[in-house]
Design a protein around this ligand. Structure first.
Ligand code: SDX
Length: 393
């Protein structure tokens, strides 16, 4: 008696949804946002342009872009009382724990943007979340360093502002080099949205109950944190450091192929891509650009990563399993070169992905046929049985 009830296929699964935001062809390695190829967006746009596209469905004209940038810029400050939330954390708290807590708390401050039935309030919530994430993330880093929080500057771009809040101090400006600002823009674009991944599905499911947008994004941050998802960029750096030198790569590739060994190559493989993740190609090129700009000629981790990629792409196990580098494989090397600590890597992923999460949330909330998500299950527990009083057990 397996206890298995027959599964009624009539129930509509809420595991899938229709969406017009992002399209992925995993076999061909194609990624489109609102029909535009990620390669074109990453090479020719800045992050606010892509944020506008994801949220509003079209690339902005110059005046529209300027107007949108102004709106976002004037939402980058956070309520002054939010400072106090940081003081409640230990200095060594993981920045993702801080981001989860602070973002969830935003709904306690911004009562004028939590009524999801009001289109104006929904719009304000979208702008606030996109605008405040860099500030919240950078302050998590400053808090961990025991440094004063840096306020956003209205004369800086989205990417420049984040780097400024991360690395400037009241004693010294942080000069953002155009190449680094460009690289940061591109990295944010590459992480902006990715169809129905685990964290986006979490945001949709949370939002389907009518929960406020700040709470939904906090749920997405929690899901992204896992090493199988957004936490992989941090795990890649730990793996490359553990490998330690290019001549040890073969041993680790062997470990990754051993069914009895739980070790997996971080930054490799993908639920959807069975071809090269198009974002990984752009990330690899950006990695070389940033290292060149910073005059870093012998980055050992890059050497190990390139050797690991070469071996894996020629190895029949990885070819047969269709395992390729994904978006997380090179990003950590760039972040480290810029001076961003490993613990902040997933926070960067979260701040970039916020616009994707909130675009998908908006699409769902504005769907007149939207219902609360209610996944079903294949029950494999006990069939009905008679109750046993304590003395009979
Ligand atoms: C992200 O969904 C998204 O879109 C996510 C994301 C986004 O933008 O939101 O793209 C971001 O999360 C990228 C993925 C980051 N995670 C990692 O890099 C962690 C390492 N990768 C793996 O843990 C893994 O590849 C997953 C979790 C990403 C996917 O795992 P699956 O679903 O098991 O992959 P699969 O079914 O395609 O695996 C096929 C086979 C399996 O072996 P068999 O069961 O068939 O024997 O390949 C094996 C896997 O065990 N395999 C790996 C491997 N990844 C899969 N073996 C060694 N090393 C790996 N990295």
């Amino acid at each position: 008696e397996t206890g298995m009830f027959t599964y009624d296929p009539g129930y509509t699964s809420t595991g899938s949804c229709s969406s017009a935001v992002t399209y992925i062809d995993g076999d061909a390695g194609i990624l489109l946002h609102r029909g535009y190829a990620i390669e074109d967006l990453a090479m020719h746009c800045d992050f606010t342009e892509v944020a506008y596209l994801l949220l509003r469905g079209e690339l902005p004209t110059a005046p529209k872009k300027t107007e949108f940038e102004k709106i976002i810029t004037y939402h980058t400050m956070v309520h002054e009382q939010l400072h106090k939330f940081y003081d409640g954390f230990r200095r060594d708290a993981h920045p993702m724990a801080v981001m989860c807590g602070v973002v969830g708390a935003l709904s306690a401050f911004y009562h004028d943007s939590i009524d999801i039935t009001d289109p104006i309030q929904r719009m304000i919530a979208q702008h606030r979340l996109v605008a405040k994430m860099p500030t919240i993330a950078a302050w998590a880093y400053k808090y961990s360093q025991g440094q004063p929080f840096m306020y956003p500057r209205n004369n800086l771009t989205y990417a420049e502002n984040f780097l400024h809040m991360m690395f400037a101090t009241p004693c010294e400006e942080y000069k953002v080099s155009p190449v680094l600002a460009r690289a940061m823009d591109r990295i944010l674009i590459l992480h902006a949205d990715h169809e129905q991944n685990a964290s986006t599905s979490t945001v949709r499911l949370a939002g389907s109950s009518g929960a406020n947008p700040f709470a939904c994004i906090a749920a997405g941050i929690a899901s992204l944190w896992g090493p199988a998802h957004g936490g992989a960029n941090e795990a890649v750096l730990k793996m490359l450091t553990e490998i330690g030198s290019p001549d040890r790569v073969d041993d680790f590739v062997k470990k990754a192929k051993d069914k009895n060994d739980p070790f997996r190559l971080m930054g490799f493989g993908h639920r959807v891509y069975k071809n090269y993740d198009p974002r990984a190609k752009i990330m690899a090129a950006t990695c070389h650009e940033v290292l060149d700009e910073l005059g870093i000629v012998d980055e050992p981790l890059l050497e190990i990563a390139m050797r690991l990629e070469k071996i894996a792409l020629e190895d029949e196990y990885f070819i047969e399993k269709k395992l390729y580098p994904n978006v997380d494989f090179y990003s950590g090397i760039i972040f480290r070169a810029i001076g961003i600590p490993t613990s902040m890597f997933t926070c960067l992923f979260a701040l970039a992905r916020t616009v994707g999460w909130i675009s998908q949330w908006k699409e769902m909330i504005e769907d007149p046929d939207q219902k609360i998500g209610r996944p079903r299950q294949l029950y494999n527990g006990a069939t009905k049985r008679d109750f046993l009083p304590m003395d009979k057990r």
